[in-house]
Ligand binder design. Structure first.
Ligand code: NAP
Length: 218
């Protein structure tokens, strides 16, 4: 996020916040996960590939019997997802779309052959989605935004670890997306989140918070 807590700029153009060294660190974190989740707005706005970039990390995963890159997961209520988006067309691992019941038939037809569309009920709940992912073998899930997903995972106390990287500039435009939206967070002035690590990475800083007993410090 920016110094003023934004995840992007106010225009449709993608705003780079991290530097190369941090993107490589993110690549390593991705490689350690079974699945990566982003919200449907991030699929639409950023068109992310969500693949492991480093060849040695892909090889190391394959040596462990895993696909080269983690499973990709998104959630949608309206189902406005383009089957030609890089999320769907790149990588060998499964692409899972949790969708509100009413949109399932249309989304299954739109994404036929590129994703598995799962009925998440009329109102998707991130705890239920997480439990379903766990039943599918996803033990370590990386939630990469946007703000809507951050807010749900944090307010529902589902995250074991929070990693925030602060970029050295301001966005200064409230039309941009915030790191989180309004909500009742379990971490507040009366219950401060345990800070596990502060790491300088060139001109950005990584903050890691241990949010549950399942936090693994390494
Ligand atoms: N700086 C970073 O590291 C970073 C990372 C990721 C994203 N971003 C930025 O964040 C922005 C997007 O953030 P955002 O908060 O607007 O959106 P988001 O979290 O990416 O996606 C929100 C969308 O996800 C779906 N969704 C979320 N919760 C749901 C639920 N409980 N049930 C059903 N569907 C649900 C809905 O999709 P439908 O609209 O399809 O119903 C909703 O509109 C982008 O501009 C992107 O650039 C930045």
């Amino acid at each position: 996020m920016s110094l003023d807590g934004y995840l992007d700029g106010a225009t449709v153009k993608r705003l780079p916040l991290s530097n190369d060294a941090d993107l490589d660190r993110v690549d390593a974190v991705r490689a350690s996960c079974d699945a990566i989740m982003v919200g449907a707005a991030t699929v639409r706005n950023d068109n992310p590939r969500l693949l492991i970039r480093a060849a040695d990390r892909r090889r190391e995963r394959m040596a462990r019997g895993l696909p080269p890159s983690p499973v990709k997961v998104t959630v949608t209520a309206g189902g406005d997802l383009d089957p030609d988006a890089d999320f769907f067309t790149t990588g060998e691992a499964d692409k899972l779309v949790y969708c509100a019941s009413s949109a399932v038939p249309a989304v299954r037809s739109r994404l036929a052959g590129v994703a598995t569309v799962l009925d998440g009920g009329e109102r998707l709940d991130m705890r239920a989605v997480s439990e379903d992912l766990s039943a599918r073998g996803v033990n370590r899930l990386m939630v990469e935004g946007g703000g809507s997903l951050h807010t749900q995972f944090l307010t529902e106390d589902l995250a074991d670890e929070l990693q925030v990287v602060v970029a050295p500039f301001f966005v200064g435009d409230s039309r941009a997306s915030r790191f989180v939206g309004d909500g009742s967070f379990p971490w507040h002035p009366g219950r401060r989140a345990p800070l596990a690590e502060v790491r300088r990475i060139g001109d950005v800083v990584l903050l890691r918070y241990a949010l549950s007993a399942r936090f693994c410090g390494g």
